[in-house]
Write a protein that binds this ligand. Sequence first.
Ligand SMILES: [Fe+2]
Ligand SMILES: [Fe+2]
Length: 128
Amino acid sequence: MGNLIKSVLESDHYYMVELFDLVCSAEKTNIWDGTFEKVMRDFFLFVIKHFSREEEFMLMIEYPDYNQHHSDHVKLTGILDIISIRMEKDGPAGFDQERLHMFYKLFNDHIKYGDQKLEDFCRDKNIV
Ligand SMILES: [Fe+2]
Ligand SMILES: [Fe+2]
């Protein structure tokens, strides 16, 4: 069971990076033809789904750093929430590029350090 969930999480990570690349390129091109809003929405929904899957997995394996990891997820979804709400309310004028770039940085750091730490824990505990 642990193995199955872990491989789902791994493919989630690949898919999230792909979606994230789409967000980045949509941000640079044709930003207000509807593409950007759509890829942002797809990305946002997938991130929420992934975070909840990952949290269920951490609880299942009794991951000791769960609280810190969970609070990183809350912080990241909070940033995406603000971006989406403002864009929905004010359209192009509500787009907060600075906040999106702050998200890019925190999201990359999270994958690089937080998710990697979880990965290392699983390896050390032979949850492969
Ligand atoms: Fe995570
Ligand atoms: Fe993750």
